[in-house]
Ligand binder design. Structure first.
Ligand code: GLN
Ligand code: ZN
Length: 754
């Protein structure tokens, strides 16, 4: 055995699982039909891995929604409010993932969170007093049976207990410690059952070891695994980490009774240092993650082989992906519209299987290894990313002044207050209005060539005029054009910037049945024509109120794309920032006086280890944002928006973006962030959301009034804006209009009382 992968994409070659699942939800197919589709997807995926020459094939990584939820359910970590619905096992599972509604009976979904530093989201398990951890679910074992019947050399896969505890929510005064014993028992039983079936390996995923691990957490890890590994068993245990290195716990992990240890040598560069300093035990197998599971470029074989040859161990090495291949699309073979030579440099999931096999051949001096090595070498010799000398010149001539907006914010604040003359507690929205069916149809008609560009634009312009009238009628102070022209806030900008390429079928699961199609950075990035100017100016010409222009920020565009590996993140993000600077200045030139630069992905992509937050991320991310707006006049107001209010720990960095106003999601939170902002002497004006746009619920005027009063109580009144949590694109018009009316009325009421 010399090759494996950590996991495979689940959604299917043509997103069959997505469509089948959504049909099932709409009662268009029954459970057997859905299960049949799932069965076939698994079978095809295992066969594809076998055909590619992968020795040890992950089983149990398949999921109808999310692997963390799968593991929680196998272990009976299911809150009773879902059990009380008395649904079938699958429906109970979906109820946890997406909520349940049947007449008057409604149960909310479990929360969803971003999976480490990826754009995948997991369902957050909930532990409470009633949680009785025990092995109850058969999903893993059923899939193992299936695989064994098909002659697949299966490696069972589960999320490990440490990661499960780290990612879960604990209510009613419970804590991770309370469940150690029960978890140890349950995992032991899993191992027993697998041993009985003759399964050779169990992969236990512990990505949470890539976070900082303190002494208390280390003890937790010890207690879990000393228990789980206490007895002899015939199934071998692989401890699999990814998304970084395990520096805080390396010696602990390597001294335990694991049969194999899986390390990520792509993102976890430091793992190699750990091996150099401490060695790696000869009696274990090293699963070396050398093929990048998170990016789509071909592996450079020569570098990888050199790397493998210098590893400081005599242990047998199994070649592995660095993470699950869940984070890359299915196959590059389908792409027919990529510019000339791009496709040959791409490796999606299927191509990565071949790469692992080829690397294995080279590593073990197999005859066809040499051919593969030469071919790969030629490929890397030939790669030519388009170069734009103007961009390089611009970056070379940047100085500190380009990152500094003058005059300073407090001065600008006075100038802007005078210029805009807005009432206290100005009201606005975050940008998008509902993308109703007709809006999506209009876009698809253009794509299919059923309407002309003029007809398409005319439709959107009518929409803009209509939504402006609506916003005026509601009484909002700062209006937006509604973003009807955008399918997606990153793809839309990528398509209009030089340097990006797009796939037709490059879907990556984001959560459940939802996917994204990230743009690929291929050449130097620049703006070749105005992007949002036309829509913003059109809106400005159709209202007497202030219009807020709307852009996606450089960090978000970068984070939600597949980046180049031959160029530093700093270089790429600076290129994007300069392109957006052109857009901002263009908007300003056209008399758009307020410009919002959205950065929802800024907080999301903080490195997993706190000590890397600045050095590996914020030190280039914050300057990139500043570069976008540093050249505008004092009277132009720059807004930014972040989706989560979880930036308490990087308040200084957020203030250092030097925006004039920031809006963020806050309506569900208890406003603790506001106290933190006050304590940190936060200078940016703030618009904490007062309307939860993720829910169909319409907040009452009274409810919003109370929230506003809390804000006024905590913050200087001239620093507060009133707005929803986020864009309204996924809501219905009815919900949005009523909610916004309540917001505006509540604001007026508070204004009248001060
Ligand atoms: N302006 C965007 C919108 O309103 C912001 C979206 C986001 O923050 N994700 O849709
Ligand atoms: Zn948002």
């Amino acid at each position: 055995m010399t090759t494996t992968i950590i996991g495979f994409p689940r959604i299917g070659h043509h997103r069959e699982l997505k469509f089948a699942t959504e049909h099932y939800w709409k009662n268009k197919i029954n459970q057997e039909e859905l299960q049949q589709t799932a069965y076939e997807i698994r079978k095809n995926h295992w066969q594809a891995q076998k055909d590619a020459g992968i020795d040890l094939i992950p089983v149990g990584d398949f999921s109808f929604f999310d692997g963390v939820l799968d593991t929680a359910n196998i272990l009976n970590i299911i809150p009773s409010r879902y059990k009380d619905l008395h649904l079938s096992e699958l429906d109970e599972y979906f109820a946890q993932a997406r909520g349940y509604q049947n007449g008057s009976e409604t149960v909310k979904a479990l929360p969803m969170k971003k999976w480490f530093n990826t754009n995948y989201h997991y369902i957050v398990p909930e532990f409470s007093k009633e949680t009785n951890v025990k092995l109850v679910g058969n999903k893993l074992f059923n899939e193992i049976n299936e695989a064994l019947e098909q002659g697949i050399n299966a490696k069972a896969v589960v999320i490990g207990p440490y990661t499960l505890l780290k990612l879960s929510r604990f209510i009613e005064d419970t804590k991770p410690r309370d469940y150690v014993e029960a978890l140890v028992e349950a995992y032991k039983q899993i191992i027993d059952r697998l041993s009985q079936k003759g399964v050779k390996w169990l992969q236990i995923d512990e990505p949470a070891l890539s976070f900082d691990v303190d002494s208390v957490e280390k003890q937790l890890f010890d207690d879990l695994y000393d228990g789980i590994l206490a007895e002899k068993r015939s199934t071998k245990i692989l401890l699999q980490n990814y998304f970084g290195d395990i520096r805080d716990i390396y010696n602990d992990v390597t001294s335990k009774n694991f049969d194999g240890i899986g390390l990520d040598f792509v993102e976890g560069k430091y793992n190699n240092e750990l091996l150099k300093q401490n060695g790696f035990p000869d009696d274990k197998i090293l699963f070396a993650g050398v093929v990048n599971g998170k990016n789509i470029w071909r592996n450079h074989y020569e570098n990888t082989i050199n790397f493998l040859n210098q590893l400081n161990t005599k242990a047998p090495v199994v070649l592995n992906s660095s993470t699950s291949l869940l984070h890359v699309p299915y196959t590059a073979e389908d792409e027919t519209k990529l510019p000339g030579d791009v496709k040959q440099y791409l490796a999606f999931a299927l191509q990565k299987l071949d790469e692992i096999k080829e690397l294995d051949n080279i590593y073990h001096d197999e005859a066809d290894g040499k051919i593969a090595l030469t071919k790969n070498d030629n490929l890397f010799q030939s790669v030519k990313h388009p170069v734009n000398p103007v961009v390089h010149h611009r970056i070379a001539s940047l100085s500190q002044a380009d990152y500094t907006r003058l005059p300073e914010r407090s001065e600008r604040e006075k100038i802007q207050k005078k210029e805009f003359n807005l009432p206290v507690l100005p009201t606005t929205t975050i940008g998008s209005f509902p993308q109703t069916k007709d809006v999506r149809q209009n876009r698809s008609k253009l794509r299919k060539g059923e309407i002309t560009r003029e007809q398409y634009d005319k439709f959107n312009e009518d929409k803009i005029v209509r939504i402006l009238r609506k916003q005026e009628e509601i009484g909002l102070d700062v209006l937006v054009h509604g973003e009807y022209e955008r399918n997606d806030m990153v793809e839309y900008f990528g398509e209009k910037l030089d340097g990006f390429v797009f796939t037709q079928n490059g879907w990556v699961q984001s959560y459940g049945t939802r996917g994204v199609k990230p743009p690929i950075i291929w050449g130097d990035i620049s703006r070749t024509a105005p992007i949002t100017v036309k829509a913003s100016v059109f809106a400005k010409n159709h209202t007497d109120k202030l219009i807020k222009g709307m852009l996606t920020g450089p960090v978000t565009i970068f984070n939600w794309s597949f980046p180049r590996e031959d160029v530093s993140p700093k270089e790429s993000v600076t290129q994007i920032a300069l392109a957006l600077q052109d857009e901002v200045l263009d908007l300003e030139k056209h008399d758009i006086k307020i410009i919002q630069i959205d950065e929802p992905a800024l907080r999301e992509n903080l490195p997993l280890r706190k000590s890397n937050w600045y050095s590996e991320y914020l030190d280039w991310a914050v300057p990139a944002f500043r570069l976008v707006h540093s050249k505008v006049q004092a009277s132009t107001q720059i807004h930014t928006h972040m989706c989560y209010s979880e930036f308490g720990d990087i308040i200084k960095a957020i203030d250092a973006l030097d925006a004039d106003v920031i809006s963020f999601e806050a309506s569900r939170a208890d406003f603790t962030l506001i106290d933190q902002l006050v304590a940190a002497n936060f200078q940016t004006e703030v618009g904490p959301g007062v309307y939860d746009i993720h829910s169909p619920r319409i907040p009452s005027e009274k409810e919003v009034e109370d929230l506003i009063k809390q804000l006024v109580h905590k913050l200087p009144i001239d620093k507060i804006w009133i707005n929803p949590d986020c864009g309204l694109k996924t809501r219905t018009e009815e919900e949005s209009f009523k909610s916004l009316q309540n917001i505006v009325d509540a604001t007026k009421k508070v204004r009248s009382e001060i």
